[in-house]
Design a binder for this molecule. Structure first.
Ligand code: QAP
Ligand code: CO
Length: 168
């Protein structure tokens, strides 16, 4: 059991583009387990490896009420199925205390590899679809605050920098 420290905006390491996982081995399975524990303990509904300063393409999500539906996505790839978008008030464990509305494609298909090393496909709906897109953004060095107005983003940056200075 290990809780991993979570990087916070505007840490430049959150801008790293993650590399594909080459082999699903015990190291990757341990990382996924530690990421799930870290996410549940936060508590959060999604966490990307980038946020724990591991720059490999792996993310964990559980949007259930009772931690009953953990998903691990390795090397996830997204396909947008139609033009429809949905707005959702997003947050992020790397942007603690701030929530803003973001619009994203509503209907997507995900191709990923599971912890067993086997590829799988899913068509997530609703919050799960939102969350998968938010987490894949992390693997590409993007954050939900990149979609909001520069004024709001700057305000969030200043507040978090101030908190981080107090803690350091
Ligand atoms: C991403 O985010 C997400 O600010 C996962 O004070 C969130 O788990 C995708 C959290 C919403 C779609 C919709 C954030 C916890 C958790 C905070 C999270 C906080 C405490 C965020
Ligand atoms: Co996030």
């Amino acid at each position: 059991m290990a809780l991993l420290p979570i990087l916070e905006f505007p840490d430049p390491r959150l801008r790293t583009v993650a590399k594909p996982v080459e082999k699903v081995d015990d190291r990757i399975r341990k990382l996924a387990k530690d990421m799930l524990e870290t996410m549940y303990s936060a508590p959060g509904i999604g966490l990307a490896a980038t946020q724990v300063n591991v720059h490999e393409r792996i993310l964990v999500i559980d949007v259930s009420e009772d931690k009953s539906d953990p998903h691990v996505f390795i090397n996830p790839e997204i396909e947008v199925l139609d033009q429809e978008t949905q707005g959702y008030e997003e947050g992020c464990l790397s942007v603690p205390g701030f929530f803003e509305e973001v619009n994203r494609p509503a209907h997507i298909r995900i191709n990923a590899i599971g912890l067993d090393g086997e590829p799988y496909v899913m068509e997530p709906k609703g919050l799960l679809a939102v969350c998968v897109q938010h987490e894949i953004d992390h693997l590409d060095g993007k954050l939900f605050v990149d979609y909001i107005s520069p004024i709001k983003r700057q305000r969030i940056r200043s507040k978090l920098e101030k908190q981080q200075r107090k803690r350091a």
